[in-house]
Ligand binder design. Structure first.
Ligand code: CP
Length: 316
């Protein structure tokens, strides 16, 4: 049966098969153009993007699809997401009409909807993303929602499968410093995918940056970065704001930035980051400019991850 929703790892029955499909598409990008002929994807962004926007467009074009992009935050009408409200404020159009109309123009819709990082219940109930799904009437792919970034995580898994040198690599997700509160979507999602993959997975973060346990079941978790990095094959560097107190940046953890010195205890680890990255704040420039960094390779694999998911949606 065709895939109707891609919002998390739980929408996929066999992640190894999906990863293999992405790597096969990398070898044969244009072999399935018949699937997308006369089909249209609408990519709706409520927040900025470079990689997700371009890689998903390229993936859809490789499959022969037409692509429409709507920067909803800048070019669309201000949306109302609450039901039973009199719309006499700043919002102009209700999600019920907006999503339903988008569904008339597209065969698949992609949605990016970041969290507000103010109200944890609202963010973790995925109000905005779920309303697009509820009212658009066509298959939906997440381009990063409030709590997950599944296309990124699939690309991350594809990259690890492609570049691993041992059967079951040690993969470490390590928290990194930042000056702004960032969502937990990338680390939540990466943890969920790694907990289902055939890897030895560890999460390292300072006290106070515990992720929601729903996403980390099966991972080893430590507050000792050196202990985590020992013998690591892949290191995934990422900042996230606190889950409790929600959305806060807790001071005093600047020493968590990954440096070349810290790589000495690893198994010549390859360093990953979803990008965008702040140099010498989250991750040292010396690593980013070295052969240890695979961030560009990882970003390139976003195309094949997106193409494998869209192919599954178009099939059947
Ligand atoms: N990693 C990622 O999703 O990048 P963009 O925010 O630029 O799409």
């Amino acid at each position: 049966m065709a895939l109707k929703l891609f919002s998390s790892v739980h929408d996929i029955q066999d992640i190894n098969a999906l990863t293999a499909s992405a790597l096969a598409l990398k070898q044969n990008p244009y072999g399935f153009q018949h699937l997308g002929k006369n089909k249209t994807i609408a990519l709706v962004f409520l927040n900025p993007s470079l990689r997700t926007r371009m890689s998903t467009q390229k993936a859809a074009l490789n499959l022969g699809m037409n692509v429409m992009v709507l920067n909803m935050d800048k070019e669309g009408w201000a949306l109302e997401f609450q039901d039973n409200v009199i719309m006499n404020g700043s919002s102009v159009e209700h999600i019920r009409e907006a999503a339903a109309v988008l569904g008339q123009y597209a065969d698949i819709i992609g949605v990016r909807s970041f969290p507000g990082l103010k109200d944890r219940n609202e963010d973790y109930s995925e109000t905005i993303f779920n309303k697009f799904v509820q009212y658009c009437g066509v298959p939906v792919v997440s381009l990063e929602s409030a709590t997950r970034h599944p296309l990124q995580s699939l690309a991350d898994l594809v990259t690890i499968q492609e570049l691993k040198t041992v059967a079951k690599p040690k993969v470490v997700l390590t928290w990194a410093p930042h000056v702004k509160p960032l969502p937990q979507a990338v680390p939540n999602s990466f943890a969920e995918w790694m907990c289902k993959a055939d890897v030895d997975f560890t999460i390292a973060h300072p006290k106070g940056f515990e992720l929601c346990e729903d996403f980390t079941k099966g991972a080893s978790i430590t507050n000792n970065q050196d202990e985590a990095l020992a013998n690591a094959d892949f290191i995934y560097v990422k900042n996230w704001s606190a889950y409790e107190p929600y959305g806060k940046v807790l001071p005093g953890n600047e020493g968590w930035m990954l440096t070349h010195k810290k790589l000495e205890i690893t198994n010549q680890a390859k360093v990953m980051h979803c990008l965008p990255v702040r140099r010498d704040l989250e991750l040292s420039a010396e690593i980013l400019d070295s052969s240890s960094s695979i961030v560009t390779h990882q970003a390139a694999n976003r195309v094949w991850a997106a193409q494998a998911v869209l192919k599954m949606m178009l099939e059947g």
